[in-house]
Design a protein around this ligand. Structure first.
Ligand SMILES: *Cc1c(COP(=O)(O)O)cnc(C)c1O
Length: 355
């Protein structure tokens, strides 16, 4: 039976990306050596990093003056690196979920934190709008897609202070105006690559403004200067990212990814709204195109495990919702096909007929 991978992360990747990475693990560029056993400084590997950086710049239309970095530690380490490198006195945070809260918590270790708005009052089911940004803060931190709650801020905010964004789960799903950001980061394992590498897009002249000493490895300037080669980078995840960047380009770039994301989301949300058994959890205007969350209506709540078993028996993988939301979550990253979401919809319709 065909399986459809709706996992929230690590998550679906195009088959050809997985195959190319697996092939390089056996024999890298016909060298007779595995990608796992070559030096990251080998003349063969530098072109991998160079091409990945070039494709980042091309696909996201990154302006001059920005560096693209590939680091370790996951998005979670960025929660601490961001304030380490940017927070002199005060930082502003928009609290839209668990990840945003975690980012904010780290910042509090370095200085004053102002929460510009929070949607905690309604279990993060919406993205707050029209909040005021304090002009005396060092930066504003946002999380563009809230992987757990299925909400997304699908626009580039105008901020009077440097804007920093966690884009772990929606990078490469739409064109972004990078010039509006001082820094964009994310773990790769949602929409870019396998787990193990973190991407950072940073405006070089936004760095070096804090007075505290920064440990070498946690200083973005170290990695800018060394082109992500200060220490051994995660070569296999970077190679996998490169394959995926090539794939995105071949599909028509981020505009094509966005078109597909909208098509997929419309198919699934239409069914959630139509189906007698289900209801969406996020406010309509805040709905994510990446993580589509829904629950059974109150009167059908006891069917939760049964629907999950049914969906699993039909080949749907990873549709169980996060424990903070319950119900179901269909994560639809770039590699999810229209066929995949149609299969999910068919499954929801069949279940409705049976109940
Ligand atoms: C998954 C996720 C993280 C955590 O990423 P790690 O790489 O596991 O540290 C942070 N932010 C968002 C929005 C995420 O979806």
């Amino acid at each position: 039976m065909k399986k459809y991978n709706f996992n929230a992360g690590p998550s679906i990747l195009p088959r050809e990306v997985i195959e190319a990475t697996a092939a390089a693990c056996l024999d890298f560029n016909g060298s007779g050596l595995s990608l796992m056993e070559i030096s990251h400084r080998a003349k063969d590997f530098q072109p991998v990093v160079d091409e990945a950086v070039a494709l980042f710049k091309e696909l996201l239309n990154i302006p001059e003056g920005y560096s693209v970095l590939f680091l370790g530690g996951g998005a979670s380490l960025e929660f601490c690196m961001v304030p380490y490198n940017f927070l002199e006195k005060k930082a502003a945070y928009l609290n839209t979920g668990v990840w945003a809260t975690k980012a904010e918590k780290e910042a509090k270790l370095f200085g004053e934190v102002v929460e510009v708005a929070s949607s905690a009052d309604k279990n993060f089911t919406y993205i707050p709008r029209n909040f005021e940004i304090p002009t005396d803060a060092d930066y504003l931190h946002i999380t563009t897609n809230n992987t757990i709650y299925g909400t997304e801020l699908r626009e580039d905010l105008d901020s009077p202070i440097p804007l920093i964004a966690d884009m772990s789960s929606d990078i490469f799903s739409r064109p972004i105006d990078v010039s509006k950001y001082a820094l964009i980061y994310g773990g790769a394992q949602k929409n870019l690559s396998m787990a193990g590498v973190t991407f950072v897009i940073v405006k070089e002249d936004a760095l070096g403004k804090v007075s505290r000493p920064i440990p070498t490895m946690l200083n973005y300037q170290t990695h800018v200067k060394k082109g992500s080669m200060f220490n051994t980078p995660p070569v296999v995840p970077i190679y996998c990212a490169l394959q995926n960047l090539r794939y995105i380009k071949a599909q028509g770039g981020v505009a094509a990814m966005e078109k597909l994301a909208k098509e997929r989301a419309e198919i699934v949300y239409n069914e959630i709204d139509r189906n007698r058994l289900f209801v969406g959890t996020a406010e309509e205007s805040s709905r994510s195109l990446m993580n589509l969350t829904f629950v059974l209506k109150d009167e059908y709540k006891e069917l939760e495990k049964d629907f999950l078993d049914f969906a699993t028996s039909k080949g749907m993988v990873g549709v169980k919702g996060h424990r903070d939301v319950g119900g179901f979550r269909a994560s639809c990253y770039n590699a999810m096909s229209i066929e995949g979401v149609k299969a999910l919809v068919a499954c929801m319709q069949e279940y409705e007929k049976n109940h």
